[in-house]
Design a protein around this ligand. Structure first.
Ligand code: HEC
Length: 123
């Protein structure tokens, strides 16, 4: 009787773990479908560009662009409405001044496309 209870409890634990595991797999397999292309671009931007192009005083990209345009254009890339996807991809692959170029092993074409799409959406 004791063994039956023990085995039953083990089966329930295993079934619970499997159910939890299944929902985890569904989430990790389809994150892009769930979040959409714009969110993917934003996430990639936050990952690769935010460190220099985010808001705040200690962001060299934002500070340089503030200086470069003297307020004629927003210093934040995410607030620009004049950037085309082509231009963004050019800067990603070639860099400029102290901005490094990103190799395809660092930032895939799909990620670069998503960022370019995200930054040019206001155009
Ligand atoms: C190490 C810091 C750094 C990182 C990381 C960085 N940038 Fe930059 N970026 C800069 C700086 C600095 C400039 C301004 C150069 C200048 O003075 O012309 C710049 C300029 C640009 C420009 C040109 C804007 C203009 O009007 O001249 C674009 C577009 C751009 N970055 C996009 C990106 C994207 C997209 C990413 C992420 C994939 C990124 N940058 C990552 C530092 C960075």
């Amino acid at each position: 009787m004791k063994w039956t209870l023990f085995i039953g409890a083990m089966c329930m634990a295993a079934a619970t773990a499997a159910a939890a595991g299944d929902s985890g797999v569904t989430w990790t397999l389809f994150p892009v479908a769930d979040t959409g292309a714009e969110a993917a671009g934003k996430a990639a931007f936050q990952n690769a560009c935010q460190i220099c192009h985010g808001a705040g005083p200690d962001r060299p990209g934002t500070t340089s662009l503030q200086f470069k345009y003297g307020g004629q254009r927003p210093a934040l890339l995410e607030e620009r409405n004049d950037l085309t996807a082509q231009v963004v991809k050019y800067y990603i692959r070639h860099g400029i001044a102290m901005m490094p170029s990103f190799r395809k092993t660092e930032l895939s074409d799909a990620q670069a496309d998503a960022i370019a799409e995200y930054l040019s959406k206001k155009r």
